[in-house]
Design a binder for this molecule. Sequence first.
Ligand code: IPE
Ligand code: IPE
Ligand code: MG
Length: 238
Amino acid sequence: MENRKIPAHIGIIMDGNGRWAKQRNLPRSEGHKAGAKVFKQICDYAGEIGIKCITFYAFSTENWRRPPEEVQALMDLFREYMGEAQERQEENLQKGMRMHFIGHREGIPDDLNELFDTTEEESKDADKYDVNIAINYGGRLEILDGFKKIAADVKDGKINPEDITEQMISDHLYTAGEPDPDLIIRPSGEYRLSNFLIWQSAYSEFWFSDILWPDFTPADLDKAIDDFNNRNRRFGGV
Ligand code: IPE
Ligand code: IPE
Ligand code: MG
């Protein structure tokens, strides 16, 4: 589409890895590996087409309910990706990728948290686009974490309860300072948010598809953005 508007922030729920593997009689972990490749490809492509902020949902606070072998395989995959990201640090910086790991840090293995911190620190001056990776992320826990900080400020007398604003709540979320997602993409044929960006998505446009995440291509991202361009966003107005 010519002259299309690129959403300021896109959220992607990377779902369907398990079913993709099942279709091929492969273990679920192979689906996650294939999904990780697609993540890298889409992440690069997002920068190429001028997206300023993109959030990938990689592991939810509810995903700990999975069998320990699967959780382990996912953590190993995150480690592998982080190792590669370290090696490609120069390249990623050139691409202008500022990395941000959003989620509840407690519960994530220490070595992974350290890799998250180093990568965030090393990419902090990149200025083309923000890439958020949501790991141990849950929208409700994010709001709860923010609430606890606000409550502490009330207790310490720094603010009065009646002074709490919506903006203040947004500023206490992991996505503080970033625009709310204009577009949320969920492949895999599920029609739900699964606790993803629940505060921030109040006025997001949603794009659902039956494609399984490992089959998702840059052309699908383009299709979602084109469809987004045909939406009429009213924000409650007329
Ligand atoms: C998404 O794929 C990856 C994570 C949630 C970590 P799934 O593993 O949920 O794949 P399906 O939904 O079982 O196909
Ligand atoms: C959502 O997918 C979480 C991620 C993609 C990381 P799930 O597969 O966990 O979602 P449900 O369980 O189908 O709602
Ligand atoms: Mg799933």
